[in-house]
Ligand binder design. Structure first.
Ligand code: TPP
Ligand code: SF4
Length: 533
């Protein structure tokens, strides 16, 4: 449906330009593209639509005559002001619009720019990622009050506090529009909503949040203004604020935020004219119009983040300082095989807090990184770190990892019986279970999985520390899967274990675990599908 105006009524549809000097010609010039005409009183009336809008606003057949917004809704006016600003500033082709949840989501039906729709409240976080990966882009986060000031409070505060170079347009209509009028954080004292039918009471629902003031209280933001769509004069101020916010982003100055007090006639139960009056008379006393911040943020000298790689900062590339020079050390004498029978290895390690379950996962990913693999480590534990159940998910892959969650492990390392019973059924067919125990529980049965019971705790105990049971199992895992080179494990242990006696125990534990698998395989005890005790 081609539309010669956007949503809403009144002056949002008509652009009037004073032509005080040039008197109109006898027969008015008509621009065939927009149908401009010049009347004889010196005004040029232009019914136009910015090219930043799509030519067609496609809707269902029965709704072709209207847009998504109710008559008199402020969203349409704000859309028009943003579109004109993008057009005039020549920014259309570089703009990415982040639409949230709420009536504002419909923006993507209108703006012919890059569009991304995000989860409720998350627009500033998504905008941050988009802007950081494309710093030359103009990234707009367009949000309602439920989205920005309720479910998304954390996102907006932290994006503003980080001084992300994005622009946020915050459409505050003091209510949840899309869902039918629940109380918003910006609902005013005494204002009725479906969830505060008695009118908002500070003693029960708290006071309304003043987002512009909150954000202006932070150090990083560059520009913060509140405007209102109450009358033509204020709409023109809103127009200027929107332009300025976009210019600030264009010039790379910093975070810009415009709060726009906006009518929602439908939910307020008012006609469009009354609703505009209500914005002026009822909203502006609570939300005063003001420029709260307009400055270039100052970053104290010497406070810039170091431009070093993460691997460098974390000292992942180990160093050999023995001859006084820093040089890369060859980690391993035995080449990593990566010849395991799984394309990517997905490992779950489970047991009790204090058994080194999470540490074993960390050692594996450290090894993986040193061997140039993609890695992920996802810990999971309850409120008790020590003695409570704990497990971690580890992925080692030659390709990028889509999700760190391991729901179907190739290898399960079960440090206790509870973990064995809990996770054994998840292991893939042809997978491996390494169990910390002298024998499997009598009734335990795991078809199509190789199950190895290793008395790891006893073995570690004999070596001098029960704590090294996880390293016995690490040795077994490396030997059985051949996913990483044991030499890499040694170099990681050398870097991580500071006490010399513990390092020696760990070395022996690693070797003992490997030997155990080698010998079991030798006597044919490993690898039957129904496990062995
Ligand atoms: C995670 C999640 N929680 C709740 C909702 C329901 N929901 C949809 S829109 C909305 C509120 C939107 O209000 P506001 O941001 O003020 O936008 P408006 O519709 O007034 O423009 C809510 C709570 C949802 N879609 N997703
Ligand atoms: S419900 Fe309110 S915010 Fe949503 S489109 Fe209608 S007037 Fe606009």
């Amino acid at each position: 449906m081609a539309n010669d105006s956007i949503i809403g009524a009144g002056d949002s549809e008509v652009k009037s330009e004073v032509k005080s000097e040039a008197k109109p010609e006898a027969s008015p010039a008509v621009d065939p593209r927009i149908g401009a005409s010049v009347s004889d009183n010196g005004y040029e009336l232009v019914h136009s639509k910015s090219p930043v809008f799509y030519d067609l606003y496609d809707r269902k057949t029965e709704l072709q005559h209207q847009t998504h917004y109710c008559p008199g809704c402020g969203h349409g006016v704000v859309h028009k002001l943003i579109a004109e600003a993008l057009q005039d500033l020549g920014l259309q082709d570089k703009t990415i619009f982040v639409s949230p949840v709420g009536c504002s989501v419909f923006a993507y039906y209108y703006f012919d720019v890059g569009n991304v729709q995000v989860a409720h409240g998350r627009a500033p976080a998504a905008a941050t990622a988009i802007k950081r990966s494309g710093p030359d882009k103009i990234v707009i986060s367009y949000q309602g009050d439920g989205d920005l000031a309720a479910i998304g409070t954390a996102e907006i505060i932290h994006a503003a506090n980080r001084g992300e170079k994005i622009t946020v347009f915050f459409v505050n209509n003091a209510i949840y529009g899309m869902t039918g009028g629940q109380m918003a954080p910006t609902t005013m004292v005494g204002q009725k909503s479906t969830t505060s039918p008695w009118g908002r009471r500070p003693t029960n629902e708290g006071f309304p949040l003043h987002m512009a003031e909150l954000i202006a209280g932070l150090e990083a933001p560059a520009y913060v203004e509140r405007v209102a769509l109450s009358d033509n004069k204020n709409i023109m101020k809103a127009r200027r604020a929107i332009r300025k916010a976009l210019e600030i982003q264009r010039d790379g100055v910093g975070f810009s935020f415009v709060e726009i007090l906006s009518p929602c006639p439908t939910i307020w139960g008012k006609d469009p004219v009354e609703a505009r009056r209500w914005v002026l008379e009822k909203m502006t006393p609570t939300f005063p119009l003001n420029v709260f911040r307009d400055r270039r943020p100052e970053i104290p000298a010497g406070n810039q983040p170091p431009q070093r790689s993460v691997a460098d900062v974390l000292e992942i590339a180990s160093k050999d300082t023995s001859n006084g020079t820093m040089k890369e050390r060859a980690h391993d004498t035995s080449k990593p095989k990566h010849a395991h029978r799984f394309k990517d290895v997905k490992i779950k390690i489970a047991g009790l807090g204090g058994q080194g379950v999470l540490l074993m996962g960390q050692l594996l990913i450290e090894m993986g990184m040193r061997e140039g693999l993609e890695v992920s480590w996802l810990p999971s534990y309850g409120p008790e770190m020590r003695s409570g159940s704990a497990h971690c998910h580890v992925c080692l892959s030659k390709e990028r990892i889509g999700s760190p969650l391991v729901s179907r492990p190739d290898v399960l390392v079960a440090m206790n019986e509870f973990s064995l019973r809990k996770f054994a059924h998840e292991v893939v067919s042809g997978g491996i279970i390494l169990y910390n125990g002298a024998s499997l529980p009598a009734d335990f049965y795991a078809p199509e999985v190789q199950v190895v019971a290793i008395p790891a705790a006893e073995m570690a105990d004999k070596l001098g520390s029960t704590k090294a049971a996880n390293i016995v199992l690490l040795g077994a895992l490396l030997e059985d899967t051949e996913c990483l080179a044991p030499g890499t494990a040694l170099s990681v242990l050398e870097d991580k274990v500071k006490k010399r006696d513990m390092l020696e125990i760990n070395r022996q534990a690693l070797a003992a675990g490997r030997r155990f698998i080698e010998e079991q395989a030798h006597v044919g005890a490993v690898s039957q599908p129904d496990g062995f005790a």
